[in-house]
Structure formats: structure tokens, C-alpha cells
Design a protein around this ligand. Structure first.
Ligand SMILES: [Zn+2]
Length: 340
């Protein structure tokens, strides 16, 4: 037992001499570490006569506690000294520019999509999402395009290995889903999402693109409601002074069908490169829901009527920013994406 006071004394003396963290670490492993003096002293207990063991053990533990505490105190002192030294000698130049933090952002397509959905939300349209993998029945037939229908040529698509299962070519099959879910309640929804078409990729066409489709079904809905809805939308997106132009068109699922143009945002209608000298920009297709489609959704076309419209957010974005190449959207080029 006589060696313990000597051990304690020399340990404390050495500790007082430790003036940096490295010395403290070395001291710690010498006395308190796995192979340190305290551990060795504990191991010695077994070789002592049984009568001496309890007293010796107590003594070792007391020394251990003393050293532990002294070590903590010395560590605190060393840290404080080092901090004071750093404050006194190192200088901080607060005028240096900070390191830039890379900020993420939403893809421009998502930004446009959200803006479109927000505008229609203000007009009371709810968002209805439906599946991207469809069956032929819902994607074509129930939308008034039976297998022989020539309009199918405009919407060639990607078929899965399961016959009759395909990637949707437009968001319109969502019309069938929402009508069957809500019939006979009135409907006012927008259907956003990705669509797929088997097309040659050019500056104007992609094999995947987003669409937003709108559908309103009720007992007294007319073309005037459609025109008013589209006009409000166009003015929110392209500016309060915009006027729209309606041309007759053809879609299998609407009757009558229309194409909607907005007067050119660059030249205000006098003719420029963006509008190809026509003064007008085509923004969407629309029409009154075809009676066959209403019936397929569960609504009686003699009592109910409705309008539908569909547009491509990519096209809207291209018009807004006068972009000329649709491939940029999914090209993953940061030089393009970081502009928005
Ligand atoms: Zn123009």
C-alpha cells in the first residue's frame, strides 16, 4: 500500500506540468488508461493477502477519483489558456466574403405546374391525380376513341408487355376516373401529371411531358363558362391585358372542340419571331365534354354538361421565357436549370 501515495504525488506533479492537450492525453493514458498505473495497481489486488485487499482497493479507488478530478480541472485550464492565446494572437477579418452556400430550387417545370394549379385553385378547381400507367379502355375507348379510330394515330404511345396496358398519352383518362368516383356530384377539377408519347424527339416534341387538364361537369355549364375560365387563366399567366382567340378544332372527347390562342406577349399582336408573325400564341385545346364521354363517366348527357381543357406546362413555360427547345426541360443541364 505504501506505493500509492507516491504514485498519487508524482502523478499530480506531472499533471501540473501538462500545458497542452497532447501532454494531457499522454498523461491520461500513462495513469488512467487501459495499461495505466491505476489499472496495474488494481490488478495487484489479487496477489495481496486477503486481509489487506479491501483497504488496498479503497485506497486505489480514492487515488483514481483524485486523479480523474485533477485531470478534468487541468484540462479546463489548458483549454481556457489556449482560447485566450488564440483570441490574443489570431485575428478575424469580418470583411472577408463568406463561402457561398449552394441553394437548391424547384425545377422550372414544377414551378410552372404549381403556378397553374394555384390559379385554378383560386377559381375553385381541386387537384385530382390519377395513374400514369393506364389500360387501353380508359386511355382511348372510354374517351370516344374505339380501336379503329383514326385519332389514335395522333397519340401513339409506349405499350407494356401486358396487352392493353400502356403509359398514358394524355391526362384525359383521369376524367373518366374522377367522373366515376364523384358521379352524380358536380365536378370542378384539374388533373396534372406526366404523359408519354412515342414520338421523334425534336425541339418541339418530347416523349415525356407534363399536362394539366381541367374538367367541369354540372347541370348548366356552357361554352361561356369555358371562355371565362380560360380568359382569367391567360390573364393571370401572361398579363392582365391579354385577350384570347378561339378557333374551332377537333378532339374525339369534346364537341364542339376549340383551340385557344392568346395575343403575343412580345409584340402585343403585331407579329414577331415568337408568334411566327401571326400575333397569336397557341396555349391550349378545349371544348364541351362529348356526350359519349359524359355517359361513360356515369352522367346523363341530357341533364349534365361540362367543359374540358388541356395544356402543356412546358409549352406555357417556353412561351413565358421565349424558349425554343423543349428538350432542355429533361436534359439535366444545370446551366439551363439554374436560370430559374
Ligand atoms: Zn409576336
Amino acid at each position: 500500500m505504501s506505493d500509492l501515495p507516491a504514485l498519487e504525488k508524482s502523478a499530480l506533479e506531472e499533471l501540473r506540468a501538462c500545458s497542452d492537450e497532447q501532454a494531457l492525453r499522454a498523461w491520461n493514458s500513462k495513469y488512467l488508461g487501459d495499461n495505466g498505473a491505476i489499472k496495474l495497481a488494481l490488478k495487484k489486488i489479487g496477489s495481496l493477502p486477503a486481509a489487506e485487499r479491501p483497504a488496498y482497493g479503497q485506497q486505489v479507488n480514492r487515488v483514481k477519483q483524485t486523479l480523474d478530478q485533477a485531470h478534468q480541472e487541468q484540462e479546463g485550464k489548458v483549454k481556457q489558456t489556449e482560447l485566450e492565446r488564440a483570441l490574443a494572437t489570431e485575428t478575424l477579418d469580418v470583411t472577408l466574403p463568406g463561402r457561398p452556400v449552394a441553394r437548391g430550387r424547384l425545377h422550372v417545370a414544377t414551378q410552372t405546374m404549381r403556378q397553374i394549379l394555384a390559379i385554378f385553385a383560386d377559381m375553385g378547381f381541386q387537384v385530382y391525380r390519377s395513374r400514369e400507367v393506364e389500360d387501353d379502355l380508359t386511355n382511348f375507348e372510354l374517351l370516344n376513341m374505339p380501336p379503329h379510330h383514326p385519332a389514335r394515330d395522333m397519340w401513339d404511345t409506349f405499350h407494356t408487355t401486358t396487352p392493353g396496358v400502356l403509359l398514358r398519352t394524355h391526362t384525359s383518362p383521369g376524367q373518366i376516373h374522377v367522373m366515376r368516383e364523384l358521379c352524380p356530384e358536380p365536378i370542378r377539377v384539374v388533373l396534372p401529371g406526366m404523359c408519354y408519347r412515342y414520338e421523334q424527339i425534336t425541339t418541339r416534341s418530347e416523349i415525356m411531358f407534363q399536362q394539366v387538364e381541367g374538367l367541369a361537369v354540372g347541370t348548366s355549364i356552357t361554352m361561356a363558362d369555358l371562355k371565362g375560365t380560360i380568359t382569367s387563366f391567360a390573364r393571370r399567366v401572361f398579363g392582365a391585358e391579354r385577350t384570347i382567340r378561339i378557333r374551332s378544332s377537333y378532339f374525339p372527347f369534346t364537341e364542339p372542340s376549340i383551340e385557344v390562342d392568346v395575343d403575343c406577349i412580345l409584340c402585343q399582336g403585331s407579329g414577331c419571331g415568337l408568334c411566327k408573325q401571326t400575333g397569336w400564341l397557341e396555349i391550349m385545346g378545349a371544348g364541351m365534354v362529348h356526350p359519349v364521354v359524359l355517359k361513360n363517366g356515369g352522367y346523363d348527357p341530357d341533364k349534365f354538361s361540362g367543359f374540358a381543357f388541356g395544356m402543356g406546362p412546358q409549352r406555357i413555360t417556353m412561351l413565358k421565357y421565349a424558349m425554343t427547345d423543349i428538350r432542355l426541360f429533361w436534359g439535366n443541364d444545370l446551366r439551363f436549370l439554374q436560370q430559374f
